[in-house]
Design a protein around this ligand. Structure first.
Ligand code: SF4
Length: 525
């Protein structure tokens, strides 16, 4: 399984009109800069004056290039030349279907605002854009919402245009910035709480924040085939990563039916966080495991299970082609046991992802209440991102804005056991973005302000735009750690960057969002 942000090699065709023709060269440069180790070819197929009518005529040429990705951007000339909404939608829809039938990842771009001297932005543009969104949503494609990006970033719009409709260099930058946020998202991560709010769990860990509800799981509603159709209908042929967690997924009802469903689509993958308590013989024989499309986070809970048995299971998985990441929660009473456990995992070359404890212990709130010494101990086994955003981050993220933009709702979302789709598990207070089985599903098109009050998990942190992790593929935990400086050398030995760091260094402390030392109290603020 690869850990690329996007397809590699990747041929991207920018397919549209003169506006496309204008921004495509800058986009090609920025893509090459962003992905220096990938083979990315960008082809400019923007043609002056083209409408969807000419687009349809040129479609065969686009397909004959065998691109992995097509950015389709029509509409400005359609409305100006009198191609009505119905015909525009039909043409767009025909092109979308044909491109998707050829296994091309298709993104639809909304029309940028114009500067109509009489009325400002022409009223037709939002109407045509609505049809672009409808076609995208019906076909499970992503939208790149250039119209909203212009409205948000440019005022007056004329500043970004060199005539009534064409972007100048500022306008091209706005377009390309927006594309750079969305185009690399080659997969959608679906957290599927298929057994209810929390999946059944056979453990009762003292630090589990879902413990009281965790043993009451039930199966998802209806037949698995209905769910398969629902995911296909809403997400089209785009690659999906199903993340099964929140409790013990292997003990959940319907677990193996779900694995079969995911395995039946070649571009779908599965990812689980499991306590490894269940027998693994059936698991390793499943198609999805045999085909290398399953990633496992194995969480070790010393109060519930024996360390030797756990290590044996890790080794068993490895022997069957699954390289698990190990998770250990730094709950204060079990911190002392960590070093010995880590030494065994490290000697065997298993990556260990340390999670800070989040919750109350003896009347103190964690992670705030770790002493300086405990905090240093935990940090040594972490990557930089985990320390910065999880161990040391106590801020209310819902209060923050631009720098905390998140891809939750764009390429990371949660589907519950009724098929309602939410931006993420942290957004349950909001309205769902629609339902898998109804016609009302509408994902977000652009990163939006993070709505949770704290950062809950690797997946959520990795959806934050400022972490620079645009896509988590392969093993989420390992990808995350790798972005935070952890690496495996040629001999298979794993290196943790903070193991030998000087935590008295003030610039490092700033980078890691480390609380200051209160010398009077000998602890943190
Ligand atoms: S194994 Fe995980 S879900 Fe189950 S009780 Fe422990 S922490 Fe909670």
């Amino acid at each position: 399984m690869n850990e690329q942000h996007m397809e590699n090699p990747c041929k991207i065709i920018c397919f549209g009109d003169s506006i496309t023709q204008a921004w495509a060269p800058l986009f090609a440069v920025r893509m090459a800069e962003r992905h220096p180790d990938s083979s990315i070819e960008t082809i400019n197929m923007g043609v002056v004056s083209d409408t969807t009518v000419q687009g349809l005529k040129r479609l065969d040429r686009v397909i004959s290039e065998s691109p992995q990705v097509v950015l389709m951007a029509f509409g400005m000339n359609d409305w100006r030349k009198g191609i009505d909404l119905h015909r525009f939608k039909e043409n767009l829809s025909r092109m979308a279907k044909q491109l998707l039938r050829n296994d091309i990842r298709l993104l639809l771009l909304t029309i940028t605002p114009d500067n109509n001297l009489e009325t400002g932005i022409s009223g037709a543009i939002p109407l045509y854009n609505r049809e672009i969104e409808n076609v995208a949503n019906r076909n499970g494609c992503r939208v790149v919402d250039l119209f909203s990006a212009f409205r948000e970033k440019i005022n007056p719009i004329s500043e970004a245009l060199y005539d009534e409709i064409h972007p100048n260099s500022l306008g091209e930058q706005v377009i390309v910035d927006e594309l750079m946020d969305i185009v690399p998202l080659s997969q959608t991560v679906i957290v599927w709480t298929y057994n209810g709010e929390y999946c059944f769990c056979n453990y009762n860990c003292p630090y589990c924040y879902v413990t009281s509800e965790v043993n009451t799981g039930h199966a998802y509603d209806g037949q698995i085939s209905r769910w398969h159709d629902g995911f296909r209908r809403r997400f089209g042929s785009s690659p999906l990563v199903f993340y099964l967690a929140f409790g013990e997924p292997m003990a959940g009802k319907g677990f193996y039916e779900i694995l079969d469903m995911i395995a039946s689509e070649p571009t779908w993958q599965a990812h689980i966080t499991t306590n490894l308590s269940m027998p693994l013989e059936r698991f390793v024989k499943t198609r999805i495991v045999r085909e290398g499309r399953m990633q496992v986070n194995a969480s070790f809970h010393p109060s519930q299970t024996d360390g030797d048995d756990f290590i044996k299971k890790l080794t068993f998985l490895r022997a069957h082609g699954v390289e698990p990441s190990v998770i250990y929660v730094m709950y204060p009473p079990q911190m002392k046991k960590f070093k010995d456990f880590f030494a065994i995992c490290d000697a065997l070359g298993f990556f260990v992802h340390v999670r800070r404890f989040r919750g109350d212990w003896r009347g103190n709130v964690y992670p705030q209440s770790y002493t300086e010494e405990e905090r240093r101990f935990v940090a040594r086994f972490c990557d930089r991102l985990t320390v910065r955003y999880m161990l040391n981050d106590f801020e209310d993220h819902s209060a923050k804005t631009a720098s905390q933009l998140s891809y939750a709702g764009v390429n990371y979302m949660m589907v519950d056991d009724r098929g309602d789709v939410w931006r993420s598990p942290d957004f349950k207070g909001d309205k769902p973005m629609g339902n898998l089985f109804e016609e009302n599903f509408k994902p977000l098109y652009r990163p939006a302000a993070y709505g949770g009050s704290f950062l809950g998990s690797v997946n959520i942190v990795a959806s934050m735009r400022e972490t620079g992790i645009y896509q988590l593929e392969g093993n989420h935990t390992w990808c995350f750690a790798k972005n935070g400086g952890v690496y495996r050398d040629a001999k298979g030995r794993i290196h943790y960057p903070l193991m030998v760091s000087d935590f008295d260094d003030s610039s490092l402390r700033r980078q890691l969002n480390w609380p200051f030392i209160d010398n009077n109290r000998g602890g943190i603020r």
